[in-house]
Ligand binder design. Structure first.
Ligand SMILES: Cc1cc2nc3c(=O)[nH]c(=O)nc-3n(C[C@H](O)[C@H](O)[C@H](O)COP(=O)(O)O)c2cc1C
Length: 180
């Protein structure tokens, strides 16, 4: 069984450049990474909670991958948290599914990296914007990883830049990047 589960949430993957490239790079490691396209797995927004919980149980590292939408995730991921992280599964008595697991966020942004700072275009760092994910990981007693990102989707960038970022993403998703 692969060690890393990537829950990929993109409402329009056919039009995606970054998340689709990331997905293809991850898919080259089927023995170690399970790529789970949530929109494909939950047609009409119907999440199979038991199946999602079984996927989480079967992996030791869970990565949530998505494009940043209004300083948050696309809504299906919020729904996943609301429905899958149930009492007795993720928290409360017997709720140990994430305990000790790595919990990471991989996010693409339209804004450039320089936008994410106090006084910059967006005014907040990505760490600040991702606090709800960090807080959730803490509540679940998981280990929150430093995020992986690709910035500047709204500006021109080369296939080579994206390929290098995707390679770094795969190494990070496999736990091969030192956390420091
Ligand atoms: C509804 C919507 C909201 C968005 N909100 C943000 C945002 O808050 N910050 C940002 O940097 N980019 C924002 N974007 C841009 C996306 O993050 C960007 O298009 C995406 O990361 C590109 O990845 P892809 O090539 O995989 O689609 C938004 C895009 C859409 C469609």
């Amino acid at each position: 069984m692969p060690e890393t589960l990537v829950v990929l949430v993109h409402p329009n993957l056919k039009e995606s450049r970054i998340n689709a490239t990331w997905k293809a790079a991850l898919a080259a490691h089927p023995g170690r990474i399970t790529v789970h396209d949530l929109h494909a797995a939950a047609p009409g927004g119907k999440i199979d909670v038991a199946a999602e919980q079984a996927l989480v149980r079967a992996h030791t590292r869970v990565i949530f991958q998505f494009p940043l939408y209004w300083f948050s995730s696309p809504p299906l991921l919020k729904q996943w948290f609301d429905e899958v992280l149930g009492l007795g599964f993720a928290y409360g008595p017997g709720g140990d599914a994430f305990e000790g697991k790595d919990f990471g966020v991989a996010v693409s942004t339209g804004s450039a990296a320089s936008a994410f700072r106090a006084g910059g275009q967006d005014g907040f760092t990505l760490d600040e914007i991702l606090r709800p994910f960090q807080a959730t990981a803490g509540f679940l007693r998981a280990r929150y990883l430093p995020y992986h990102a690709f910035h500047g989707a709204g500006e021109p960038f080369t296939d080579e830049e994206l390929a290098a970022n995707a390679a770094a993403y795969v190494a990070w998703a496999l736990g091969e990047t030192p956390v420091g």
